[in-house]
Ligand binder design. Structure first.
Ligand SMILES: Cc1cc2nc3c(=O)[nH]c(=O)nc-3n(C[C@H](O)[C@H](O)[C@H](O)COP(=O)(O)OP(=O)(O)OC[C@H]3O[C@@H](n4cnc5c(N)ncnc54)[C@H](O)[C@@H]3O)c2cc1C
Length: 463
């Protein structure tokens, strides 16, 4: 059978793109290399317990009545009802630059405004000017890279405040070392500080299952354990794909969500040279589980803490395996309305050096020891900020950039993909387009919006 559209990759951008297309066109096919959908945001089982691979929080919270909000527009585009979801809002989150300053924020933007006014009174007026700029700026107009660091230096003239604003936005959405494109900054600032964070009441599995059922009900098809080995082309047009087992699938259009360079590598006969010299960023994350009733003094009302303990906030590829001086601490159970479980979870994330981890992974024992060592070191760092918990840990699991590379085939295991984005999804073929991480919208809502917008822009008008 010939498919009108074949979507490569069953992560959240691929799922959203496939649903959007299946609303209007029959026989859409989604192919996923792994046995589960979800991509970077998926789940696994250990000892009969489901663990999410890493969901911290979903950005872009909005009330149901706010029709223009990205989350509500996304649901409408996918023909999903807001009432089918229970969204639990964050409690409070914080940016902490230890020994210097902290800024609390929540889904009530007034909290952040007051914090900035109280802690940076001399920058308060300029901060309002920045908010006005963010309100009126259109980040979706195609534009070349513009440095946010330069923009903030000029508009705020408060270096510490600028670094503290950048820290969460970079950790949750910058693929580029030490800076972030101004358009991406505006999108992320609105998503995190103006709209806010939430998570679904259930697990990421429930969300993926709901999206998959909806897609199947619309008549779409899914094939898992179905890796694409080659994208077949004729006269500079895509004509289909060859799967890992040699099967050929024909199609009119292809939407790839696996990354720019990753896609070019699949195109038969294409010689791929590194599209950019910029470094791809890797991360390590450890999930610690401890009994809920552990005798700890952990904060009860914090959802996420973005921290920096270094003299300067460096968002760059570390020289060593991990840069423990900065990172993210997440309490996935600390959302409003989430029922207390018998176990509680803490997650810690830091920047990590892919090359060092990759080299070590050739000696499995040393790699495994280093992961344990990383988990210990990270826990010590966290204890300085949130109080002791390490003696109560009953289970822990650490991923490295090599884990990400293994499970999603992302080059260098870079969660946020290439530092250079293809904002219009056009990679030089009339019927092969790019969506997802390398199109430029990051995170769960961002990647889903990316899938929808590329289908709207390039596929639906032609089919
Ligand atoms: C640990 C972790 C925690 C995160 N936490 C959050 C969070 O809390 N909030 C948030 O908003 N974002 C979070 N993110 C980021 C978010 O998950 C991603 O931005 C988003 O899911 C990217 O989706 P995607 O579809 O673009 O890419 P991916 O999820 O990478 O999907 C691509 C899919 O393509 C498949 N694939 C690759 N090659 C082939 C091939 N040749 N053939 C077939 N299939 C192929 C892969 O297996 C994968 O399933 C997190 C990411 C990680 C890794």
């Amino acid at each position: 059978m010939r498919h009108p559209l074949l979507v490569i990759g069953g992560g959240l951008s691929g799922l959203a793109a496939a649903i959007r297309a299946a609303r209007f066109i029959p026989e859409i096919l989604l192919v996923e290399k792994h046995s589960r959908l979800g991509g970077l945001n998926s789940y696994f089982y250990r000892n009969n317990t489901l663990y999410e691979t890493g969901l911290h929080a979903i950005t872009n919270y909005a009330d149901p009545g706010d029709r223009q909000a990205p989350i509500n527009r996304l649901l409408r585009q996918l023909k999903l009802q807001r009432k089918d979801f229970t969204f639990c809002q964050q409690m409070q989150s914080e940016v902490v630059f230890r020994h210097l300053e902290s800024l609390t924020f929540s889904n009530d933007v007034g909290v952040f405004n007051t914090e900035v006014r109280n802690k940076f009174p001399r920058a308060a007026v300029r901060f309002q000017k920045m908010l006005d700029f963010i309100k009126h700026f259109d980040p979706f107009l195609p534009s070349p890279f513009r440095s946010t660091r330069c923009f903030l230096a000029e508009i705020l003239q408060a270096p510490l405040l600028a670094e503290m604003i950048l820290c969460p936005l970079m950790f949750y959405g910058s693929s580029r070392e030490n800076d972030i494109d101004l358009s991406q900054f505006v999108i992320m600032f609105r998503a995190i500080f103006l709209e806010g964070m939430f998570r679904p009441l259930g697990s990421i599995k429930d969300l993926i299952d709901l999206l998959t059922c909806h897609y199947l009900e619309l008549g779409g098809h899914v094939r898992k354990n179905c890796g694409v080995k080659k994208i077949l082309t004729r006269k500079n047009s895509a004509i289909g794909v060859e799967l890992d087992d040699g099967e050929i699938l024909e199609c009119d259009y292809i939407l790839s969500t696996i990354g720019h360079e990753e896609t070019l590598r699949l195109i038969s006969g294409t010689r791929v040279s590194n599209s950019t010299n910029l470094t791809r960023l890797g991360f390590v994350e450890t999930m610690y589980q401890l009994p809920q009733q552990s005798p700890t003094t952990l904060p009860k009302n914090k959802t996420i803490i973005f921290f920096n303990d270094g003299e300067k906030f460096l968002y760059e590829n570390p020289l060593d395996f991990v840069d423990f001086r900065s990172g993210v601490i997440c309490f996935p159970g600390s959302f409003q309305g989430i029922p207390q479980k018998s176990m509680m979870e803490i997650r810690s994330t830091h920047l990590a050096n892919y090359g060092k981890w990759k080299h070590l992974s050739t000696t499995p024992d040393q790699y495994s020891d280093k992961k344990q060592d990383t988990a210990r070191h990270s826990a010590q760092m966290l204890e300085n900020m949130i109080g002791s918990f390490a003696t109560n840990i009953v289970y822990e699991n650490t991923f490295t950039p090599v884990t990400i590379e293994r499970y999603t085939v992302k080059i260098n295991g870079a969660i946020y993909g290439s530092p250079e984005k293809i904002k219009d999804g056009n990679i030089g073929y009339p019927n092969l387009f790019l969506a997802g991480t390398d199109q430029g919208f990051l995170g769960i809502i961002g990647s889903m919006l990316s899938g929808v917008s590329i289908v709207n822009q390039h596929i639906l008008p032609k089919l």
